[in-house]
Design a protein around this ligand. Structure first.
Ligand SMILES: Nc1ncnc2c1ncn2[C@@H]1O[C@H](COP(=O)(O)OP(=O)(O)O)[C@@H](O)[C@H]1O
Ligand SMILES: [Mg+2]
Length: 379
């Protein structure tokens, strides 16, 4: 690791440097507080060994100077003269990880302190990473619960609506059969029937989001289905968008409804294209196989096993973190009226869950978005 040695005594400095380099550390040496501040302004170190009594300022003054200039302060260990224990306590209060007294065993003690502090920092980092993973997993589960709740509500409404629409459309058709076409009411009935059919389409979309479509899945070779989707969506992709396709074909079989898979892949491609239509860019479609072990932090909702991963990646506007938790909600859209219905991703979500898979997104605003669908493979 990178260690900054701040020490005015040349003998000690070189001894320290040689010892630490022998342990595989990379060292940088400075002799005064001023030099240390200047170095830290442009570089970063993992750890800093600070001699308290520097020629131009003491250790406390140096730390305060760094704070004042808002220069990031690395973890540090302080070396003080004999009888300066009081100072050591003060420096610990300022954030020192440890202190070492400059006596006969000074170098040995310091090397030991470096090893100890190194271990401490490593453990803290591991803990932080574990906490982050846990909080990401909680986020995902919360998201899944929310989608489940929205699904239940929408599913109920869509189901009732479907029944009502059947009555409206059916009776309109009966009425149309019973009056001559020249009758002025015939045109009105025709309009009612059209509107009813449009409403039925919306209900169908909602039902596919809530996975209550009731359609059976059957084993299908998935790669030709994906190639079909790409073929179908091509004409809808903006002209300034270049498609790059990388498909690993090992005859993968998935329990699927091919029409739904087409729909999901096309929805993702259309979103990607729309995100790039002003600037142009690259739409990358990658298909690969992955194995998920249990428990997997990235995919808490999936069982262990072999999956196919369909990645749709763009170099467009990206997604603002503020809306990340809402993009899969039905009717959530950031697009102007007429351009987006807000149902694209809701439908993708419903379809993927219905296939016992999951969909993930990775994006930062300004740097494109990457959606991946995971579907379990069958032998
Ligand atoms: N590839 C993408 N790049 C940037 N934003 C996206 C992308 N895909 C989806 N989004 C965001 O998610 C929202 C919801 O998408 P979607 O459900 O397909 O509805 P719609 O496309 O009709 O707005 C979009 O309005 C957009 O803000
Ligand atoms: Mg869309």
């Amino acid at each position: 690791m990178k260690i900054l040695i701040i020490e005015d005594d040349e003998g000690i400095r070189e001894l320290l440097r040689d010892e630490l380099e022998e342990y595989g550390h990379k060292t940088f040496c400075v002799q005064s507080g001023k030099e240390a501040a200047a170095w830290l302004e442009n570089h970063s170190a993992y750890l800093m060994l600070l001699d308290y009594g520097l020629p131009d300022m003491n250790g406390k003054e140096l730390i305060n100077e760094l704070k004042k200039k808002t220069i990031p302060i690395p973890d540090f260990i302080v070396a003080t003269g004999q009888g300066d224990e009081r100072i050591a306590v003060d420096m610990m209060k300022l954030g020192a990880r440890d202190y070492v007294i400059k006596d006969a065993h000074f170098i040995d003690m310091l090397i030991q302190a470096v090893a100890r502090v190194n271990k401490e920092i490593e453990n803290e980092n591991k803990l932080k990473a574990a906490e982050k993973a846990l909080s990401q997993m909680e986020d995902k589960l919360r998201q899944a619960h929310k989608m489940e709740a929205i699904g239940t509500i929408t599913g109920g409404i869509a189901h009732d609506f479907n029944n009502i629409l059947s009555i409206i459309i059916g009776n309109t058709e009966l009425a149309m059969d019973n009056i001559p076409q020249w009758h002025p009411a015939y045109l009105n009935l025709h309009e009612i029937k059209n509107a009813g059919m449009r409403a039925a389409d919306i209900v169908k979309q909602l039902l596919s989001f809530t996975r209550k479509t009731g359609q059976a899945l059957k084993p299908v070779k998935i790669i030709p289905v994906i190639r079909d989707s790409i073929h179908m969506v091509k004409s809808a992709i903006a002209l300034n968008v270049e498609m790059q396709i990388n498909i690993f074909d090992s005859g993968q079989t998935v329990l699927a409804n091919p029409a739904h898979i087409n729909q999901a892949v096309m929805n993702l491609c259309i979103n990607a294209s729309q995100a790039m239509e002003d600037t142009g860019g690259i739409l990358n479609i990658i298909v690969e196989n992955i194995i998920i072990d249990t428990p997997s932090n990235n995919f808490p909702e999936l069982q262990a096993g072999e999956y196919i991963k369909i990645i749709v990646k763009d170099t467009g506007s990206g997604i603002n973190p503020d809306i990340m938790n809402r993009i899969f909600d039905p009717y959530f859209t950031t697009k102007e009226v007429g351009k987006g219905s807000g149902m694209g991703l809701a439908v993708v979500y419903g379809i993927v869950i219905n296939h016992r898979g999951c969909v993930n997104v990775d994006s930062q605003s300004g740097s494109g978005a990457c959606f991946s669908i995971l579907l379990p493979l069958v032998k």
